[in-house]
Design a protein around this ligand. Structure first.
Ligand code: SAM
Length: 294
């Protein structure tokens, strides 16, 4: 997949493209990243990319000409074809006013061949970039950043790790927070201690040492019993989602076992029994105690 980033700060991307999965995906030829310096598409001595807003008001606005010229040179399909999905390309304007970026949108973008990410600055970008050049306006959250570069880096990272071959283990992207699968969650037939997220938050992870600063890991994780571990993980994911992001439960793929576990968790919360459900505490499943000090 080819990424084009249009920015007035090309050096900003040294960090985001040079580490971890994005770097490995680049080196493996899964992604190709082109950073375009907007100032290279200006024609005046001062390489002016901004101007005052029509109608008055605060701040400056990114001019349309260099942005159009830069994107035109990439030879993308016409906007109408990109909007209908006939071209596997997209020109994205990063904007606080856009559709909110999430895992579902990331998965949609990961099916494309080529994408342009236009980073705004100042008070924003001339609106004609949005209405006549970009085919999507994407926000990375309900807050205002100083520029679109952080948003472009977020999209680049999230989409890259969804491309086949980007993660060492393909299954890991299926088990992560927010990742919806289409099958209602039920116990697997074969021994498997992992569970797909099904649109929930991920379950808690622990590594060695088994006890750190007096805090033991849940004993079940040392049991070697795949089915018990799977159940504990699923229950913890449900409890964490209920506590931190109850809005996700409506959309999540829940099976019979999940609904029973949720009823149990809700009952325990209402009656203030059993589990340590308060933020910052490890969720303990009743009947599955924390590991004891060796
Ligand atoms: N005046 C704009 C508004 O109130 O919506 C904010 C402009 S912001 C200071 C400058 C640039 O940062 C925007 O053009 C956009 O590219 C980027 N930006 C700001 N917040 C963003 C967000 N939540 N998601 C994506 N890009 C954002």
């Amino acid at each position: 997949m080819k990424f084009h980033i249009v920015t007035i700060f090309p050096d900003f991307f040294h960090g985001p493209v040079d580490y971890g999965i994005v770097r490995r995906a680049r080196e493996a030829g899964l992604i190709d990243i082109h950073i375009h310096d907007l100032r290279a598409f200006t024609h005046d001595k001062h390489q002016t990319v901004d101007d005052r807003p029509f109608g008055g008001g605060e701040g400056m606005v990114l001019k349309p000409e260099p942005v159009f010229e830069c994107v035109d040179k990439l030879g993308f399909a016409p906007r109408a074809e990109r909007i209908t999905g006939n071209a596997r390309q997209s020109v994205v304007l990063l904007s606080a006013q856009g559709r909110r970026f999430d895992q579902k949108l990331a998965a949609e973008l990961a099916t494309l061949d080529e994408i342009v990410l236009i980073c705004g600055r100042y008070e924003g970008v001339d609106e004609r970039v949005n209405t006549a050049l970009a085919d999507r306006e994407i926000s990375i959250g309900d807050y205002v950043l100083s520029g679109g570069e952080l948003g472009a880096a977020v999209i680049l990272d999230t989409v890259s790790r969804l491309l086949p071959g980007a993660l060492g283990n393909e299954a890991s992207s299926q088990q992560e927070s927010f990742t919806a699968d289409n099958t209602p969650h039920e116990a697997p037939s074969a021994a498997d201690s992992t569970c797909s997220s099904g649109g929930l938050l991920d379950y808690p992870h622990f590594t060695r040492p088994a006890e750190f600063r007096g805090i033991p890991i849940p004993e079940v994780l040392l049991s070697g019993d795949h089915e018990k571990i799977r159940r504990w993980r699923r229950r913890s994911a449900l409890a964490k989602t209920l506590r931190n992001r109850p809005d996700l439960l409506g959309e999540a793929t829940l099976g019979k076992e999940d609904r029973r576990l949720l009823d149990e968790i809700r009952y325990e919360l209402q009656n203030d029994i059993g589990m340590a459900e308060t933020p910052g505490r490890i969720v303990e499943t009743p009947g599955i105690p924390f590991a004891k000090k060796p």
